[in-house]
Design a binder for this molecule. Sequence first.
Ligand code: 13P
Ligand code: SF4
Length: 297
Amino acid sequence: MVNEIKNLKKKKKALILAHNYQIPEIQEIADMVGDSLALSKAAVEVEEKIIVFCGVHFMAESAKILSPSKKILLPVMEAGCPMADMITEDKLREYKMRNPDTAIVCYVNSSAKVKSESDICCTSSNSLDIVNSLEEDKIMFVPDKNLGNFVKDKVKNKRVELWPGFCITHHKIEGLEVDKVKEIYPFAEVLVHPECNREVVGKADFVGSTSQIINYAKESPKEEFIIGTEIGVLHKLKKENPNKKFYLLSHRLICVNMKKTSLKDVYYALKDEKHVIEIQEEVRQKALGPLNRMLNL
Ligand code: 13P
Ligand code: SF4
């Protein structure tokens, strides 16, 4: 299967991008593995006209918004992000009518339609810089209340309101679980994703995107780490740091949507050039503004 994928990739001059949460086999055949921001940027910069995006729907959609002339393929169309579905463009429009002087900061884990109603996008690696860059004092952060809280606790002189969305994988982890794992591994540093709730974030030594966590562990002189994000990151962490030890904060840190893509799906995506991500041009144009504003910053 791996050889078949490699041959097809060469024949079709395609590129495979994979998110840090994909299963190890997919990470191994990918041309690039990264966080949401890095993958979106890569989709724009690479020459290949066919991109197989191994991740969830909003990620492939962001790539399409930024690179409309490329064929963006999502191997499993049902691989979505439940957090992205916790907000709709209609609900956001209603909020905007009631709060015309509030800037909408939109986490990339959202649909193209929701992005199109927002002022600027952010990812988990740049959310604080993005909010700090805004002139407006009033901010509505959508759709992740946990990433929003992380920003709210750090930003000065701004009123940050939070949309009540959350990641079903990260949000359920409790502070008590951090205490328990720390008791077992007292010398380990705790690295968590900002999609975790405030209690967990408050107990962490470092909070960052998936790639920021991976880079932090590489640079740190410490030898043991408790990882508070999806299990998929362990692959790169262990591969790049064979002498360090990594313990998953909870065995429940599995995103079922990120695990839907198999090698077989990648093979058929390449062979049959499916499933093609399409966005209405009017929506794409409107969503491009907030994404570009983020990338320019
Ligand atoms: P990153 O941008 O940190 O890779 O996160 C994406 C995501 O969906 C986290 O749950
Ligand atoms: Fe969405 Fe959470 Fe899965 Fe990330 S881990 S894709 S936020 S459900």
